[in-house]
Design a protein around this ligand. Sequence first.
Ligand code: SAM
Length: 275
Amino acid sequence: MTSSRKLVTGAAPQGTNDANSAAQAVREMFTSIAPRYDLLNHLLSFNIDRVWWRRAARTFREVLSRPDARVLDLCCGTGDMTFALRRQAGKSSSHASQFLGADFSHAMLQRAFSKSVGRVTDNSKTDNSFGNKSSANGRPAMPGWIEADALNLPFPSQHFDLVTSAFGFRNLADYDAGLREIARVLRPGGQCGILDFGEPKGAIGQLYRIYFKQILPRVGTMISGVRGPYAYLPASVERFPEPEEMLERMRRAGFAEAGWTPYTFGIAGLYRGTK
Ligand SMILES: C[S@@+](CC[C@H](N)C(=O)[O-])C[C@H]1O[C@@H](n2cnc3c(N)ncnc32)[C@H](O)[C@@H]1O
């Protein structure tokens, strides 16, 4: 391990001192920005987020082309990565395939559900799952949405062919526990894809840091009307393991062929591994 940074367990928003309070703070933060999350995402990333989701989904085209692929998108938020995976699967998928998005923020999932059915959902809904996982008429399945904690998934072991997470993994209160849980629900040979922010180096890195640490938190706070989440974002990226350390953690959790592909000068990047 070459990182000089302290070995961190997981995300720790300001004011939290253990895994439970960190997870609760993360959930409250995303719930508070859910109404403006999509707008801010696209605005603050200049729409590059759409390119990243598509590119990550394309990486898994082989597994997504299987007609019976079982796919889980963790920390799915409002569902854009899940939709990108579903679109990549396209006509290959069948009634036997499964596309699930899981998140522990009810408000984020409600937006994902609204987007998938194109209508506003009933706010009084208390069920913890949304949408159909496979269609009754034999047509390809639309994504289903499940309210669940990524560190304690309500799925049997060795169930999925692909587990992804876009910009969510970094927020877990325990990264190693998160990797172990992904490995548990993947079938042998199954693939894991973690898309998350990185810290670009050199002159681009310097410019980017000015934007990411000074401009983005101000604009995010102004538009969302919530103080906190957009200051937490750069802090959480700074805290997140460097690629080399993250890959070592993946190997320790049981992933072979672990690799990292930088996106857009390393502003983001995709971790891949095979169980
Ligand atoms: C930055 S958003 C990413 C959403 C989406 N994947 C995207 O690419 O836009 C992070 C999401 O991770 C979710 N999250 C964080 N920790 C989680 C956990 N332990 N279990 C489930 N969801 C979690 C949050 O609720 C939030 O919706």
